[in-house]
Design a protein around this ligand. Structure first.
Ligand SMILES: Nc1ncnc2c1ncn2[C@@H]1O[C@H](COP(=O)(O)OP(=O)(O)OP(=O)(O)O)[C@@H](O)[C@H]1O
Length: 250
């Protein structure tokens, strides 16, 4: 197994413990959904993976190297579409991360790469628009394009589709899986929505609310993503996951 994201005995607290000796590892190029009840620490785990937070003890690694700060190999995308700068066009927003930091690309080269990924998400025609001219779903597409254009090998999604209507949400789930296939990037996707997890995950890991050794449970190597939810396999999986959300229901 080629080493992707790895947590080695990671502990973290905000005064209250969030992670306690947490350990798991994900294969490079995998599409993993991190599922867990609200408040269990999923966003915190993503921020540790991206390097915006540092563990109190233990080590976070990506590609075998310790994650010590935010860096170009990892890209965090959250649900807040206000990550797009309102005064910049969709194209300029998409190209921006390529033009800052170490080894920046020249404007033309960055925009050429951004235009390509905007095409991949179906926004080629809207590249000169400003964010206010886009729907919520289109803004999320623009954020996807920005992440794809970046040099990052690991994309960390924090409930990106939570505020979208059901149809846009399903369309974007399909797009995400398609882009994962095409790009070969590793994806860790956080959600508390069981249906979303079962639909898109190749692998699901479940995060229990109580910190401790078994907080992260490698769950189902579910095979190929983009699962029909009405199949017996998917229904069984959803039932099993619901039980984990409400353990006292047996
Ligand atoms: N900056 C912070 N300072 C103090 N406590 C925090 C901070 N950020 C998060 N917390 C607390 O840490 C715990 C985990 O929060 P986190 O946002 O990681 O959970 P989550 O699983 O992503 O939740 P949700 O699914 O509702 O987004 C919560 O109890 C939260 O109140």
């Amino acid at each position: 197994m080629k080493q992707g994201l790895e947590f080695r005995d990671v502990s973290f607290s905000f005064g209250i413990p969030i992670l306690d000796s947490c350990r798991f590892s994900l294969e490079l190029g995998s599409l993993t959904v991190l599922l867990g009840p609200s408040g269990c620490g999923k966003s915190t785990l993503l921020r540790l993976a991206s390097g915006f937070l540092r563990p109190a003890s233990g080590t976070v690694l990506f590609g075998g190297l310790p994650v010590l700060s935010p860096g170009r190999s990892r890209f965090l995308i959250h649900q807040d579409v206000d990550q797009l700068f309102p005064w910049k066009s969709v194209l300029a927003n998409t190209a921006l991360p390529l033009m800052v930091g170490p080894n920046p690309l020249a404007g033309e080269e960055a925009e050429a790469r951004a235009a390509k990924t905007l095409g991949m998400v179906g926004l080629a025609e809207r590249k000169d628009d400003f964010p206010r001219q886009l729907s919520g779903g289109m803004k999320q597409r623009a954020l996807l394009a920005r992440a794809l254009a970046s040099d990052a090998d690991l994309l960390l999604f924090d409930e990106p589709f939570v505020s979208l209507d059901a149809f846009s949400r399903e369309t974007l789930q399909e797009l995400l899986v398609e882009l994962w296939h095409k790009s070969g990037k590793s994806i860790l996707f956080v959600t508390h929505d069981i249906r979303e997890a079962v639909r898109i995950a190749k692998t699901i890991i479940f995060m229990h609310p109580n910190p401790g050794d078994a907080q992260i449970e490698p769950l189902v190597p579910t095979g190929q993503p983009l699962r029909e939810l009405e199949t017996t396999e998917a229904l069984t999986l959803m039932r099993e996951l619901r039980r984990r959300f409400q353990p006292d229901r047996g």
